[in-house]
Design a protein around this ligand. Structure first.
Ligand SMILES: C[S@@+](CC[C@H](N)C(=O)[O-])C[C@H]1O[C@@H](n2cnc3c(N)ncnc32)[C@H](O)[C@@H]1O
Length: 211
C-alpha cells in the first residue's frame, strides 16, 4: 500500500536515482537533437539574457545548464544531495549556484527572481498547491513561472509515492490551480518527439504563468 512519503524518504529515493538519471534522453540531454529541442523551448520561455532563474527540483542540472548557457543567472535547488552534486559538476564555470533545499520552502527571498522553472516536480510533492503559492511569491513584478509537467502513461505498480498528483497533473487541473495566483496563464503542448528522444502518446506540456 502506498503512503504519504516524508521528506527524508523522497530525498533517499532521488539520491538513489541520481547516478543513472541522465541515461534518459530528456534527462541527460546528451543527444544533440534532444538538447537543441529543449534549448529552443527554453529560449522562447525565458527570452533575452540576464534573468535570475530559480530551477526548483533541478535534478542533475540539465535544464539549468541550458539556461546558464543562454546568459541567465541560475540558482538550482533540489532535495537530494546526490542530484545537487551532479548539477554542481555540470554547472561548474557558469553563473550558477546549486544547493540542497525543499521545493515547498525555498530559502529564497520573496520578490527576488524573474523566473521560477520546474520540470517534472509537482507529481512528487506532498503539497503541490502550497508549493505553487510559495513559488509565485518568489517572483519579482513581471516575473513568470515555467512549469513543465504532464500526465504520464506509466504502469501503476502501487509502490510510488502517494502524493496528490502522483500520476501527473493534466494541464486543465494545473491551469485552474495557478489561475487564482497570477494574471495570465498559457499552456503549450510538448508533443514534439525531439524533446523526448521518442514518440510520446501521453499529455506533456509547459505552463507559463505571469504575475
Ligand atoms: C523527475 S526529477 C526532475 C529533475 C529535473 N527537473 C529535470 O527535469 O531533469 C524530480 C526532481 O525533483 C527533486 N525533488 C523531489 N522532491 C523535492 C522537494 N520537495 N524539493 C526539492 N526537490 C525535490 C528530486 O530530487 C529530483 O531531482
Amino acid at each position: 500500500m502506498s503512503v504519504v512519503p516524508d521528506t527524508a524518504e523522497i530525498a533517499a529515493y532521488w539520491n538513489t536515482a541520481a547516478t543513472t538519471f541522465d541515461a534518459e534522453p530528456d534527462h541527460g540531454l546528451t543527444r544533440p537533437a534532444v538538447r537543441a529541442a529543449w534549448s529552443a523551448r527554453l529560449r522562447s520561455w525565458i527570452p533575452g539574457v540576464g534573468a535570475d532563474v530559480l530551477d526548483i527540483g533541478c535534478g542533475t542540472g540539465s535544464l539549468s545548464l541550458l539556461v546558464a548557457e543562454h546568459g541567465h543567472r541560475v540558482t538550482g535547488i533540489d532535495l537530494a544531495p546526490g542530484m545537487v552534486e551532479q548539477a554542481r559538476r555540470k554547472l561548474a564555470g557558469h553563473a550558477a549556484s546549486v544547493f540542497v533545499a525543499d521545493a515547498g520552502a525555498p530559502p529564497i527571498g520573496n520578490g527576488t527572481v524573474d523566473v521560477v522553472l520546474t520540470r517534472h516536480l509537482l507529481w512528487t510533492l506532498p503539497n503541490p498547491l502550497e508549493a505553487l503559492r510559495r513559488w509565485v511569491r518568489l517572483l519579482r513584478p513581471g516575473g513568470h513561472l515555467v512549469l513543465v509537467e504532464g500526465c504520464w502513461d506509466m504502469p501503476d505498480n502501487g509502490d510510488g509515492p502517494d502524493t496528490p498528483w502522483s500520476r501527473g497533473v493534466p494541464a486543465t487541473v494545473l491551469t485552474n490551480a495557478v489561475l487564482p495566483l497570477v494574471t495570465r496563464v498559457h499552456t503549450e503542448l510538448l508533443t514534439d518527439p525531439a524533446l523526448w528522444g521518442r514518440m510520446i502518446h501521453d499529455e506533456r506540456y509547459a505552463l507559463l504563468a505571469h504575475i
